[in-house]
Ligand binder design. Structure first.
Ligand code: COI
Length: 387
């Protein structure tokens, strides 16, 4: 018990959460409008001082592995988020008429915490997730946390769950910030109250293929996004509609689905869970983000790394025929990382990539990992040390 209190005090001092008493206060919402109750904020009973959680670190996949704490912060009509707090990971209470449940007024983000060989813990560009959430919130008519509030909350969540950050090389702690219309609403309108919540899970490779090349299926019946829609932001509303095509493709043995633009039905956009790049000669190309494609943080980082290495990078329209004629193809995303594509199937035609060794993909990936692990100097300030 004493050990737990000491740890909790250290945790609080190492972040800007404020006073220890805040964490120990059980907080209840009495207002009827407060339809989504914050979990009771008490000193958690699950805390352990061990360096690592007792799990098999050699077999992490991308399944949910709940950790010790989550973070919650609420905002009512005045558009300001109040002081957030950590609490034990657990279920939340929502009104059946919450905006997020009825009208999908919600966004999510994904970012990761890593452990270096020297034991130091760090985040990768969490400010970019914060900015993307703000842009998405504006599109979905929601207030959003400031960049500072967002990054601070991610730091607190990572530190509180530090025993779930895998040993170096075994994976990472995937951190999932959510922003949702949690207040009750019946007629179609923005919700009267919002909840920002972060939970985390220890993860390894996203695809069951591990690091082996992916097989993608090009979908020509349904589309992921349309012009003027919300495909460019990370709203939860973009993900359920792809499940049908994704499930069908997975049942046929494919790793993921690649979507085409909904106007011409000939240009590639992105896959269900990641962005896509094509290499031809010394040129790296990726579909331009024009409102239908998500501005991935890994996408942006790979473009920066490639330009630094002297490659020509083009953001433009890419036809499916051009894709199939590429030398290399690879996918990028926070969950996915940088994943080489081994084959693409489109209208019963399958191509396998000539450069099965994926030299440019490997170079870009190892440069990015080098920056993350400290082997390569982080000249851009992408790494946020959270020790
Ligand atoms: C991420 O890369 O963080 C995502 O949100 C993709 C998701 C489908 C797992």
């Amino acid at each position: 018990m004493i050990q737990r209190s000491v740890h909790l005090r250290n945790l609080i001092q190492s972040s800007s959460i404020g006073s220890l008493s805040k964490l120990r206060t059980c907080k209840f919402f009495t207002s009827q409008a407060a339809a989504a109750s914050l979990p009771q904020v008490c000193e958690p009973s699950v805390y352990s001082d061990e360096e690592y959680a007792d799990i098999d670190w050699n077999n992490l996949g991308f399944g949910l592995m709940p950790t010790d704490y989550m973070y919650t912060m609420k905002c009512t009509q005045d558009d300001n988020f109040e002081q957030g707090q950590l609490s034990p990971y657990g279920n939340i209470e929502l009104s059946p008429s919450a905006g997020v449940l009825n009208y999908a007024q919600g966004l999510f983000e994904g970012t990761k915490a890593y452990r270096r060989e020297d034991g130091r813990l760090f985040l990768f560009r969490p400010d970019q997730n914060a900015i993307r959430m703000q842009i998405g919130a504006e599109r979905m008519c929601m207030p959003s946390p400031t960049v500072e509030q967002f990054v601070d909350a991610v730091k607190q969540t990572a530190l509180a769950n530090r025993r779930w950050i895998p040993p170096p090389g075994k994976g990472s702690l995937y951190i999932r910030p959510l922003l949702m219309g949690s207040g009750p609403i019946l007629g179609l309108a923005p919700a009267p109250e919002y909840t920002f919540l972060i939970y985390a899970s220890a993860v390894g490779n996203y695809f069951k293929e591990g690091l082996a090349p992916l097989s993608l299926y090009v979908e020509d019946e349904s589309h992921r996004a349309s012009r003027g829609g919300a495909g460019g932001v990370k709203t939860i509303a973009n993900y359920a509609p792809v499940l049908k095509a994704l499930t069908r493709a997975r049942n046929r043995g494919f790793s993921d689905v690649l979507y085409l633009d909904s106007v011409n039905k000939k240009n590639i956009e992105e896959a269900s869970s990641c962005n896509i790049f094509i290499v031809k000669g010394n040129v790296l190309s990726t579909p331009a983000t024009n409102g239908t494609i998500l501005e991935g943080v890994t996408r942006k980082s790979i473009i920066g790394v490639a330009r630094d290495l002297g490659y020509q990078v083009e953001e433009r329209s890419i036809s499916v025929e051009e894709l199939m004629d590429g030398d290399e193809v690879f996918c990028t995303g926070t969950a996915v990382g940088v994943a080489p594509v081994g084959s693409i199937t489109y209208q019963n035609k399958r191509v396998e990539y000539k450069m099965s060794a994926h030299p440019m993909c490997r170079e870009l990936y190892s440069t990015l990992v080098g920056i993350q692990t400290g082997l390569i100097e982080d000249k851009r300030g992408w790494i946020v040390d959270i020790n």
